[in-house]
Design a protein around this ligand. Structure first.
Ligand code: C2O
Length: 478
């Protein structure tokens, strides 16, 4: 991100106060010092650009070792940190991104202190460009290794959920709910919610694909967790700041107080979502992680801060809904094809709306077995799509996966009992546009095909997905 770095002492103090993240001594020296400090805030780097003996990697290893050695009465203890996630992490709703941002930020400060390395910034794992778990996370005796993983050093995350095309599609929506997951009345167990694409696609799938600790809510036990969430945070910065897409302006979102984290001294903190939106301005910055695009938006400092503090109203007004299926169960190896008859002008409206109108696939009330070794690929206008249809096929529209923990959230997803209804959305607009530009749209009928695809080398035969309602929706999103 680029911005003009001049701002007043008063503004700074407000920011620092809100974050609680900048020490007293830093600004007692006057604002030249604090501006300096902010201008040189640590850079979170791509692990692929770091040598195995880079001081950042060494510091991360030392920090993990130190946290594991702390008594379990210390809230900075390794298992205690993971327990915070198990007890509190919001998933499948709009607090997913800010909660994990705050979690990482305090964790980063703990690492910095325990490793005694002031320049430490948490590195990120960019699975789009490096689809295998990076080498620094492997090797017996290496504090960054976790022996519960279900994949090996040369296994690769599937481009269906981390590839350039799918990440580009996800970044191309201007809609907060579609990107960042939907409003809910509470971080856990509230009403509403629904997975946005960033969470459902790369996020969930990386968790389930790695499996072991990563497959459930104690996942922060695996050191790769933190670097996985760090690239998600970077992609939020890419979407929100570099591309200038607004977060929601809903006060209920900004006002959430998170009191479950501790700072580098093990002291409890109280941090709001309102403070997290400013963290990339005050506390850290990123080496760029998004797939190539035009130059990032140029911001005036004050303008950017105002933009982040206020957000914008999120529109997702469905104007037409077409039911595709109701109460249907599909199984690995048995693709589910369905067709929506669109009013002739609907598709045209979407294609010509310059992003104001979107064509969405909504999946409501999804139920999956407790153990899922598969994910779901979505194809448009390809009725005969199967697990063999490559994702390079122009009809491939996106995918979603599952990440949940029955122990952390009892009653959440055990089939046949009080199953919590998982909701997903796939924005079909970029794919429909590409198809139509290439002259490949049959229209006005649009086929939707869902294909349950097992993770590579995983036994998923017989696993099923039950959907309460599958719909095609046209929505005004701007
Ligand atoms: Cu709250 Cu990726 O986990």
């Amino acid at each position: 991100m680029t911005f003009d770095n001049s701002f007043t002492r008063r503004e700074f103090l407000k920011g620092a106060g809100a974050l609680g993240a900048v020490s007293m001594t830093m600004w007692l020296g006057g604002c030249e010092a604090c501006q300096e400090q902010i201008a040189h805030r640590p850079t979170r780097r791509n692990i692929a650009n770091l040598a195995a003996n880079d001081p950042i990697i060494t510091a991360y290893q030392n920090a993990v070792t130190a946290m594991k050695a702390l008594p379990s009465t210390d809230p900075r203890n390794w298992t205690k940190q993971a327990q915070i996630h198990f007890d509190h992490c919001p998933h499948g709703n709009w607090w997913f991104l800010p909660w994990h941002r705050a979690y990482l930020s305090y964790f980063e400060r703990i690492c910095r202190k325990l490793a005694g390395y002031n320049d430490f910034a948490l590195p990120y794992w960019n699975w789009t460009t490096s689809p295998s778990i990076p080498a620094v996370f492997w090797g017996n005796g290496n504090p960054l290794f976790d022996n519960t993983r279900g994949v090996g050093p040369s296994d690769q995350a599937d481009p269906a959920w981390v590839g350039t095309t799918v990440i580009q599609n996800i970044l191309s929506t201007g809609n907060f709910n579609i990107f960042a997951s939907s409003p809910s009345s509470a971080p856990r167990g509230g009403t509403g919610g629904g997975y946005g694409e960033l969470e459902a696609t790369p996020h969930n799938n990386i968790h389930s694909w790695i499996g072991g600790d990563m497959g459930a809510f104690m996942s922060p036990l695996d050191p790769v967790f933190w670097c996985h969430h760090n690239v998600l945070d970077c992609l939020w910065v890419e979407w929100n700041i570099n591309r200038g897409n607004p977060n929601t302006n809903d006060q209920n979102w900004y006002d959430l107080h998170m009191t479950e984290f501790v700072d580098e001294n093990g002291q409890p903190v109280d941090v709001t979502v309102a403070a997290t939106v400013l963290m990339p301005l005050f506390s850290y910055q990123f080496e760029p992680c998004g797939p190539a695009q035009e130059a990032p938006k140029k911001w005036q400092r004050a303008q950017l801060e105002a933009f982040l503090k206020s957000g914008a109203p999120v529109r997702l007004d469905v104007t037409q809904r077409m039911e595709l299926k109701r109460a249907v169960t599909t199984e690995v190896g048995k693709p589910l094809a369905s067709m929506a008859q669109l009013p002739a002008d609907s598709l045209k409206t979407v294609l010509e709306s310059q992003g104001k109108t979107a064509a969405l696939l909504t999946i409501n009330g999804a139920q999956v077995p407790q153990k899922t070794d598969f994910y779901v690929r979505v194809f448009t206008d390809k009725a005969d799509a199967s697990a063999d249809t490559p994702i390079s096929d122009p009809h491939y529209a996106g995918s979603f996966g599952f990440f949940q923990d029955a122990k952390a959230m009892p009653g959440m997803e055990v089939m046949g009992s009080e199953a919590k209804q998982l909701g997903f959305v796939v924005d079909l607009t970029p794919t429909l546009k590409r198809l139509s530009d290439a002259g490949g749209m049959q229209g006005p009928a649009v086929n939707i095909t869902l294909v349950l695809v097992p993770y590579e080398k995983r036994q998923a035969a017989g696993q099923t997905l039950t959907i309460e309602k599958l719909e095609f929706a046209i929505a005004n999103v701007k």
